[in-house]
Ligand binder design. Structure first.
Ligand SMILES: [Zn+2]
Length: 120
């Protein structure tokens, strides 16, 4: 039987290398570096069914109390409709799912641009 390990937070971000440094800095600023489950997935919450499966594993195994969803501008996985509204809708769908499987989790939906990170 394995010992239960608790992650401070669950992080979900895109594979896009251009935004990694910004995400890294944000995690550092939030004092979360090295204390999170991190999922790097093309398009983040656009691929909802797969991202649901991956995030559920994190919640079941490491019971994070907070989640950070990092959507980003100019995402190749989005193709033509890269609007902030579409990113917001997808991030909120993932947020709803996480809150359904763990009602007490605090979910932050964020949008990364080369100018910085804002809440969406
Ligand atoms: Zn992307």
């Amino acid at each position: 039987m394995s010992v239960k390990h608790k992650a401070k937070a669950l992080i979900v971000h895109c594979i896009d290398f251009r935004f990694q440094k910004l995400v890294e800095n944000d995690l550092k600023m939030r004092n979360l570096k090295g204390q999170t489950d991190r999922i790097s997935w093309p398009g983040v919450s656009k691929d909802l069914e797969n991202i649901k499966k991956a995030t559920k594993v994190s919640i079941n195994l490491h019971d994070p109390d907070e989640a950070f969803i990092y959507e980003h501008e100019d995402c190749g996985a989005y193709g033509e409709d890269n609007s902030l509204e579409t990113h917001r809708q997808n991030a909120n769908a993932l947020k709803d799912y996480l809150e359904k499987i763990k009602p007490s989790i605090k979910v932050n939906t964020l949008f990364v641009t080369l100018d910085g990170i804002k809440e969406i």
